[in-house]
Design a protein around this ligand. Structure first.
Ligand code: ZN
Ligand code: MN
Length: 127
């Protein structure tokens, strides 16, 4: 029961966030309400939630993993200075069928696509 309560709160906090937080950031939010929770527990629950399809892990190069409660296919723009991740609005066609001509002996199942940019805060802090 306790695990269920923790997992629900983690999912709730993630759903209320648009910032694609890291496990550490989620831990900080959840700890305000469950002071005894550990970072390891947050990691474990995020892992279970992602295996169950409730959250998505966002893989970005060289950064801590970030988490997203929006599980439909959508694109992200990533700040190349601070690693901040935001959703990209608007339609973008990444049709897997169009990748059929790719020269590989793998069966192509998808494409991972990152848009890089500089976020407004980093741009404002430029010296
Ligand atoms: Zn930034
Ligand atoms: Mn997202």
């Amino acid at each position: 029961m306790r695990l269920t309560k923790q997992r629900k709160l983690i999912l709730e906090r993630l759903r209320n966030s648009k910032s694609h937080p890291t496990a550490t950031e989620i831990f900080d939010k959840v700890r305000a309400e469950l002071p005894n929770i550990s970072l390891g527990t947050v990691y474990r629950n995020l892992d279970i939630l992602s295996k169950q399809g409730f959250v998505k892990k966002i893989e970005t190069c060289g950064d801590q993993k970030r988490f997203d409660a929006v599980t439909r296919d959508h694109l992200h723009v990533i700040c190349s200075r601070c690693g901040k991740v935001r959703d990209v609005e608007g339609e973008f066609d990444l049709d897997v069928d169009k990748l059929a001509g790719i020269d590989s002996d793998f069966t192509i199942t998808g494409i991972r696509f990152e848009i890089l940019g500089i976020c407004p805060a980093c741009l404002a802090n430029r010296s």
